[in-house]
Write a protein that binds this ligand. Structure first.
Ligand SMILES: N[C@@H](CCC(=O)N[C@@H](CS)C(=O)NCC(=O)O)C(=O)O
Length: 217
């Protein structure tokens, strides 16, 4: 049985944002059974030893699948698809999937995560006046590049929904509180709507953050 170490007790605006959603979403897409080991993030339970034994950085989420103990959402999502036999066998096709996963996490996430930080966590921090407009420029550039790369495809790789879409959607969602960022990018808005409309996403979102009371119910 797969156990996801996921969070509850976080502020409501973080629903759809906390990265455990990526793992629930992959599991729902793949139709795999799983338990959730709930960690109260308001009490910092993710920084305790039970999570650190799996996740050296004490972050959310972690995952255990039998003897396989994992951290880092990109690695977890790719592992789940591969282990379910849903990763391409061909090295070239697999490289395509991997490069879009890395693009989501390395090229797009830093920009969109910083938007979330400045808007929701760093209200008192100095430097916003200089940094924020620059960040908006980077976000616009990333979205334009992404739209150009996707062309009229519905999904990132091979026009079939997969791990890269889970990562890209959840990365872009770091700025979901600021819809004007997406105003000039209708193709990306449509891509996000398409991914959000997936039943597996809806089920994952419904599970996120509900906490141990849900297990008892
Ligand atoms: N690169 C890691 C990032 C994990 C991460 O930073 N998770 C956040 C929640 S989305 C967290 O644990 N925050 C609480 C903290 O840092 O104490 C991944 O993708 O798994």
């Amino acid at each position: 049985m797969i156990t996801v170490y996921g969070a509850y007790g976080f502020p409501p605006f973080l629903k759809g944002i906390v990265r455990d959603l990526r793992v629930y979403w992959a599991l729902e897409e793949l139709g795999l059974a799983y338990d959730i080991h709930w960690m109260d993030s308001s009490k910092g339970e993710h920084r305790e030893n039970s999570n650190r034994l799996i996740n050296p950085f004490g972050k959310i989420p972690s995952m255990v699948d039998g003897g396989q103990r994992m951290f880092e959402t990109g690695a977890i999502v790719l592992y789940l698809y591969e282990n379910a036999g849903k990763a391409p066998q061909d090295a070239h096709a697999r490289a395509e999937v991997n490069q879009w996963c890395f693009a989501a996490l390395n090229t797009v996430e830093p920009v969109f995560l910083d938007i979330l930080r400045w808007d929701k966590f760093w209200m008192e921090k100095t430097g916003r006046a200089e940094r924020y407009p620059e960040l908006m420029g980077f976000a616009d550039e990333r979205l334009a590049d992404l739209a150009r790369a996707m062309g009229d495809k519905h999904y990132l790789v091979g026009n079939v929904f997969g791990p890269a879409d889970i990562l890209m959607t959840t990365v872009l969602d770091f700025a979901r509180h600021e819809p004007k960022i997406f105003e000039n990018h209708p193709a990306i808005r449509a891509y996000l709507e398409r991914c959000h409309a997936r039943p597996a996403y809806q089920r994952a979102l419904a599970k996120q953050g509900v906490g141990p009371k849900a297990n008892a119910a």
